[in-house]
Design a protein around this ligand. Sequence first.
Ligand code: PRX
Length: 665
Amino acid sequence: MSRVYQPPALVVDKSRLPSFAKYKEMHKKSIENPEEFWSEIANEFFWQVPYEPGNFVSYNFDSSQGEVFAKWMEGAVTNICFNILDRNVMNGHGEKVAFYWEGNHPDDYSRITYRKLLDEVCQFSNALRDIGVVKGDRVSVYMPMILETVVCMLACARIGAIHSVVFAGFSSDSLAERVANCEAKVLVTADGAWRGEKLLLLKKTCEDAMLKAKIKYKHTVEKCIVVSHLSRVTPCGTLPDDHKSLYRWNDSVDLWWHDLMEVQSTCCTPEWMEAEEPLFMLYTSGSTGKPKGVMHTTAGYMIYASTTFRYVFDYREKDIYWCTADVGWITGHTYVVYGPLLNAATCVMFEGTPFYPDNGRYWSTVEKYKVNQFYTAPTAIRSLMKFGEEHIKQHELQSLRILGSVGEPINSEAWLWYYNLIGKGNCSIVDTFWQTETGGHVLTSLPGATPMKPGAAGFPFFGVEPRILDDNGRKIEGPGEGNLVFARPWPGMMRTLFGDHRRYERVYFEKFPGYYCTGDGAKRDEDGFLWVTGRIDDMLNVSGHLMSTSEVEGVLTEEPRVSEAAVVSKPHPIKGESLYCFIILNEGVKFDMELIDSLKKRVRSRIGAFAAPDVIHNASGLPKTRSGKIMRRILRKIAMGDTDIGDTSTLADPTVVDKLLQSKP
Ligand code: PRX
C-alpha cells in the first residue's frame, strides 16, 4: 500500500482550504447546489447582463433522450478579456506585473504589467478588426512562447473571434489540416524562434501550410500576421546575416505585427458575448486519426479556469506562479493565460527548454523570480532526474510552496524526487488530471486540504462527480478499477467539436449513456484516492502529447514500400510512452536503415518531431482474429518483450506470434 503524505505544515498555514473536512464541505455544496456554489464566484466578475437566477445550468448527457448539451448561465453576457484586463486594472492591479517573460537565452527577458497588456491587446484587437476579422471568425495561431501570443489570444477573445492555437512543433501538414478544418481567416505567427540551440522557422512552416491548405483542402488564408522575433532575441546559434532569407514575403498576404500595432489606438470596445458563445477551439488527437476541434465557450470556462487556478495552486496576491507548458496545448491556455490572469496573478512565461544553456535552467529561473508555484510535466521531471542533484543544489528553491504535475500519470519515483529534492518535503504536490476537453482540472490533490499519494490524482474538483464503471456500464462502488466517467457537467467542459456535434456525442457520450466518458481507465483505492491508469482507447501519450495510433499508422502506410502498419505504445523511462511500429513490407522490398530513416522522417514531417517512432519492427504478419481485427494486446506484449502472450486461440494464424518474437529488433 502506498504511503500517505499529509499536506506540509507550511502549506496548511497559508492555505485557503486548510483541512480535508473543508474540502469535503465545499465539494458537497458544489454538487448539491451548483447555482449557489458557482454564483458566488461568478459575482466577482463583470457581467454586461447578469445571469438569470434559476437558469444556472441545464444539460443532457444521454443521446437517446435528444441532443447532448451542457449550458451554464444562459442569458448572461460578458467578455473574458474585459474581466482579465479592464476589470483588473479598475481594481487597482494596473501596475502589477502580469508576466515576467524569460527568453530562450538567459540574457533575453522582459516584463509586462496589466495596464500595458490591456493597451497592447486593445491595439491588436483594433488591428484584427481593421483587416476584417469579426465575431465568430477563426484565427489560427502558430506562435512561440512570447508575450505577443498572449496578446493575440486575448485580442481574439476581446472581439469575439475564435482563436485556434496550433502547437508550434506541428509540421506544415498538420498545421494545414487544422487551418483548413476551421477555415481560418487569419494566421498569426513569428518569423522564427530558438528552442535551445535549434532554430524554428515558423513563418516558413506557415507558408508551406497555407499552400497545402489551398491545394489539398481548397482553403485560402486571407492574411498572415508575423511577429518579428528573431531580430530582438540574442541568437543561440548561427543565423544568416540577412535572416529575412529564412522566409519569403508575400505582400498581398503577409503583414508585420509591428506595422499593424503602430497605427492603432489603445482603446477598444469589447464584443459582449453570450455565456454560451464560443471562446476558443483547440485541436486534440482523435482515435480515428482526424483531429477534433474541441470548442470551449465563454462564461463557464471563465469561472472554471479562475476557480481551479485559485484553489489548486492556492494562489495568493503576491505569489509568483510559473507553468512551463506550451501555449499550444490546453495547459498553456487555461494555466498560462486564462486562469492566472483572471486572478490578477503574476506569472513567469518561459520561451526556452529545461536544458539550455544548461540542465539547471528551470531551477535558476525559479531562483531568479522566487517562484512560489511551479507546474510542469512528468516527462520534464524524469528527464531532469537523470542529471543528478548538482544543478539543483546550486539554486535557492525555498520560495516554492506548490509543485504541480500534468499531462500523464506520474510514476512514484519521479513524484518522490519532485517532493524531496525540489520541494524539500515542504511543498504540496498537485497531480492534476484533466484533458483538452475538460477545460480545467477535474481530479487533483488540493494544497493544504487533501493528503497525497505518489502517483494518485486524488480527488474530484468542485462540481465534478466521477464514477468508475465496468465495461458493461455498471457502477463500481468502493475500491476497484474500470472506466473513468463523469456523471454531470462542470462549467469548464467542452460544448461541442467544431463542425461535428455528432462526433462529440459519439466519442464522449455513447459508450456509457448519461455520462461523459474520458477514455481513461482509473482505480479507486481503499482510502478513496483516484488513480488514473492511462488510456483505454487507441491513443498514446508520448511526453504528455496525446496522439492516436491510427494517425501514425496512416502516415507509415503512405510510404509505397509499406503495405500494412500497426502502432502500439511501449513504456519509456523518460517519455512515459513511446511508439513501437510494426510494419509489413510489400513483396521484394528490402528492410534496411534507409527505409527506417525514411519512415521516421515521414512521421516527423507529417505530424511533428514529437511523434517520431522509437522502434520499427519488420513483421512478416500481424496477429489478427478470424474477422481480421488486429489484436493489439498481443502486439503490446511483444513490444515490451513479454513472452507470456496468453491466449492466442482466437487468432487466425497463431504461428505469427512466434515469428514476431523472433524478429524483434
Ligand atoms: O490520459 C490522460 C492524460 O492526458 C490525457 C489528456 O491529454 P490532453 O487532452 O492533451 O491534455 C493534457 C493536459 C491536461 C488524459 O486523457 N493525463 C493528463 N493528466 C494526467 C493524465 N494521466 C494521468 N494523470 C494525470 N495527471
